[in-house]
Design a binder for this molecule. Sequence first.
Ligand SMILES: C[S@@+](CC[C@H](N)C(=O)[O-])C[C@H]1O[C@@H](n2cnc3c(N)ncnc32)[C@H](O)[C@@H]1O
Length: 107
Amino acid sequence: MQKVGFTIKNCIVWDKVNMGIGWQYRFQHEFIIFAVKGKQRVRRVPFRNVTDIWRLPRILGNKTVHPTEKPVALMEKIILNSSEEGETVVDFFMGSGPVVEASRKLN
Ligand SMILES: C[S@@+](CC[C@H](N)C(=O)[O-])C[C@H]1O[C@@H](n2cnc3c(N)ncnc32)[C@H](O)[C@@H]1O
């Protein structure tokens, strides 16, 4: 990311509430790298009130259609925090498409 001009601002920990794969000390979190490029602009959600730990249940294995499926609510949070209505959201690794679903919902 840095090589192509992004500035890494933070690393968010997604606490998935329910345990995931693994054996001893099974994984219950994933990291979300927050990076910016270009001009800073007005954000819809005031970042001062948001911390780097996001607690939001993962989708249970027997309810997923993709092995690494992310919840739509998680994508909604990311999109709301970093874009305005009418802007373009890009997801290069679509999988089951939660970003598409969240983007459509939020315009
Ligand atoms: C970790 S999964 C993403 C899961 C997705 N976030 C979801 O919630 O369902 C990565 C996805 O990217 C796709 N993928 C990996 N490399 C790719 C590439 N070079 N071009 C296009 N798709 C790719 C994989 O097929 C897989 O569906």
